[in-house]
Design a binder for this molecule. Structure first.
Ligand code: BG6
Ligand code: MG
Length: 218
């Protein structure tokens, strides 16, 4: 097995419990519109962009929405989401995430963020971990969302590390596919059934020794 030189993290649902806030914000919007939405449908939203997520929610609506209406609705959801992330602090890091990031930093491993969220810089700032990242991909500049590998390849390129020497860490099926298509080692965080294409799956980051092993010797 190669010794990896960089770790490229997803944010929502991996480092912070913000996937929950995305769900709650979409749920609030869907309830207002009278559209059925549940955690199962939400699974398809993980890792993909805001407008693509809205399209999936609107599949259950008999009404056709104009482009302007969709933009308004996406902005409304983002307002709800922003209210929720406004008050997050270091305490909102998922268990193990802070320790893993600090250990990788101490070991000299390059760290990047590959999140589809345009709110990622604010979340990192509020969590107090922005300084640990060598590179944060600007989601607004990514042309093709996950499962396309673009976001992970952009992260690797900006770190100056070959994709084959990178480990991607993700909680969504779309994200795992993106990592594999980028030619990286994929660590899934969450349900092994959803993340079956990952190279390894951990329930959470509480026991991150399996991840550290990938970087041993570098
Ligand atoms: C991803 C989430 O990280 O970011 C998705 O998994 C979300 O659920 C996407 O839709 C876009 O986020 P934002 O904050 O730009 O609306
Ligand atoms: Mg995620």
């Amino acid at each position: 097995m190669p010794v990896y030189k960089a770790a490229i993290f997803d944010l929502d649902g991996v480092i912070a419990d913000t996937a929950r806030f995305h769900y709650l914000a979409w749920k609030k919007l869907a309830d207002e519109l009278g559209i059925y939405f549940d955690e199962k449908i939400n699974e398809r939203l993980k890792g993909i962009g805001r407008m693509e997520s809205l399209e999936i929610i609107l599949e259950k609506s008999p009404r056709i929405f104009s482009k302007e209406e969709k933009e308004f609705l996406a902005e409304k959801k983002n307002g709800y989401y922003k209210e929720m992330i406004e008050k997050i602090t270091h305490q909102d890091l998922l268990p193990g995430a802070g320790e893993l990031l600090c250990t990788l930093k101490d070991w000299g491993i390059k760290i990047a963020l590959a999140s589809a969220s345009k709110n990622a810089p604010l979340v990192l700032k509020n969590l107090g971990i922005a300084g640990l990242f060598d590179y944060v991909v600007d989601a607004a500049r990514i042309k093709k969302g996950k499962p396309d590998p673009e976001i992970f390849l952009v992260a690797a390129e900006n770190l100056g590390i070959n994709a084959s020497e990178c480990v991607g860490i993700e909680d969504s099926a779309a994200g795992i596919e993106a990592i594999k298509r980028a030619g990286m080692f994929a660590v899934g965080i969450g349900n092994p059934e959803v993340l079956k294409n990952a190279d390894i799956v951990l329930r959470d980051l509480k026991d991150f020794r399996e991840i550290l092993k990938l970087f041993c010797g570098s």
